[in-house]
Design a protein around this ligand. Structure first.
Ligand code: AMP
Ligand code: MG
Length: 407
């Protein structure tokens, strides 16, 4: 009961935000990304400080579990053990892996396969798996064997793969190939239903990649943990997946606002020197950003990003005949009720053509509490910006982008 009498709680249980100070915890130890917890409370109260430390410690446990279980970079993770299975096999998995995989499969259905966790073999073929990155960086291949389609990296780029592999591995994609099974007292299992495929005399198995959704799951769970420790004011970010609670920054208090200032980095800046190009104002929402700018190489005049279109087997916009008009999605930011879905949906919208992404948003997301900011690369080398946000919710920081077009 001591907690309830803590300083910072004004009349009728309304917290006195003017007494709030900020605490920030950061870690670079997981997902090769910045994880950052920001909490606002009256930290002159030692009890609040203790709760903050306990909250960060619990989030540390979450990060450890999700990375150890869901990362393809760890040879002993649930994902790696599933990927090594022959068709018809199954492996026990952590409940968190089961939850992420189940949500990923649902979102694959919703997006008509634009997002699909079973794109794993294609992600590897195009050189965007931990195994391929290890080969590029001259490190041991994440404990995984070489593949028959491996090509030598040159200046950070891979030659185009043999079309027979693209076509063959595409046949391993599909939600029916993976089942999330609850085995009662024996816990959760992932089962591999997809038959193996043979390409150029080699046998390949279905594989999953949860890299497009796991960070969103972390943000949602972190928000749940924050509330569980009594924090209603703060934010959590895991790379480009953010969960916003209410803000109590000094400026926000002075303006009587509960909004956060959430920054989005420029799709045209380099990953090692990211620049902010959007400022969003929001609270009690998730913010998820995806874009091909993070990781890509050019080969034979084709721009290959780490966002693979499972429907074509090629990187987004790189299939023969695609992207000829020179207009494509550069980045997508989705604001909405759930970071897990936001992460997967942002990835999905990035692999779609701009018109397809805009109509998907309109038909499936707008009415369900989502907002969109979509940046395009235009044929003249410029960029376009499309958004459902109002002028008071969005500020374009980069000169030369022009006024956003409202949808
Ligand atoms: P994100 O940064 O959330 O957009 O996720 C990108 C990562 O998701 C990539 O690096 C791949 O590991 C994986 N991925 C790429 N394309 C897809 C796709 N179409 N569906 C699901 N996962 C994907
Ligand atoms: Mg994503």
């Amino acid at each position: 009961m001591e907690h309830e009498a803590s300083a910072g709680t004004g009349t009728a249980g309304i917290p006195d935000r003017s007494r709030f100070t900020k605490r920030v915890y950061t870690s670079l130890a997981y997902f090769q990304a910045l994880n950052q917890l920001t909490l606002y409370a009256d930290f002159r109260d030692p009890e609040a400080a203790r709760r903050a430390d306990a909250c960060w410690a619990e989030i540390g446990g979450l990060l450890e579990t999700v990375e150890r279980r869901a990362s393809a970079a760890r040879p002993d993770s649930d994902v790696s053990r599933f990927n090594a299975l022959p068709s018809g096999g199954s492996v026990p998995v952590d409940p968190s892996t089961a939850r992420i995989a189940a949500r990923a499969l649902e979102l694959a259905e919703l997006t008509g396969g634009a997002f699909d966790p079973t794109a794993g073999p294609l992600v590897d073929l195009w050189g965007f798996s931990p195994r391929a990155y290890a080969a590029r960086d001259g490190a041991a291949g994440a404990g995984l064997p070489p593949m028959p389609y491996d090509r030598a990296w040159r200046d950070g780029a891979l030659p185009l793969p043999d079309a027979r592999y693209i076509e063959g591995l595409r046949r391993l994609v599909g939600t029916a190939g993976v089942a999330v099974e609850e085995g009662g007292s024996s816990g959760w299992r992932l089962a591999k239903r997809a038959p193996s495929v043979e390409v150029c005399g080699h046998e390949f198995q279905a594989q999953i990649d949860l890299g497009g959704i796991a960070k969103g799951y972390v943000a949602d769970e972190a928000a749940r943990i924050m509330r569980g420790h009594g924090f209603d004011y703060g934010s959590y970010s895991c790379a480009s997946s953010i969960a916003l609670l209410k803000s109590a920054g000094r400026l926000a208090v002075r303006r009587g606002s509960l909004d956060f200032n959430a920054y989005v980095s420029d799709p045209c800046s380099t990953p090692d020197a990211p620049e902010n190009y959007l400022l969003l104002k929001a609270h009690d929402r998730s913010v998820s950003t995806s874009g091909g700018y993070g990781r890509f190489y050019e080969t034979g005049g084709v721009r290959c990003t780490h966002l693979i279109d499972p429907r074509t087997g090629y990187p987004a916009g790189a299939a023969p005949g695609e992207g000829r008009a020179g207009r494509r999605v550069a980045s997508v930011t989705l604001l909405g009720p759930e970071a897990t879905a936001g992460d997967a949906l942002a990835t999905a919208l990035c692999v779609m053509e701009p018109e397809e992404a805009a109509s998907f948003f309109d038909e499936r997301l707008r009415g369900a509490g989502w907002d969109l900011v979509l940046a395009t690369d235009e044929p003249d080398g410029g960029h376009g910006l499309l958004t459902s946000l109002g002028p008071d919710e969005l500020c374009v920081l980069k000169p030369g982008l022009g006024a956003p077009r409202r949808i």
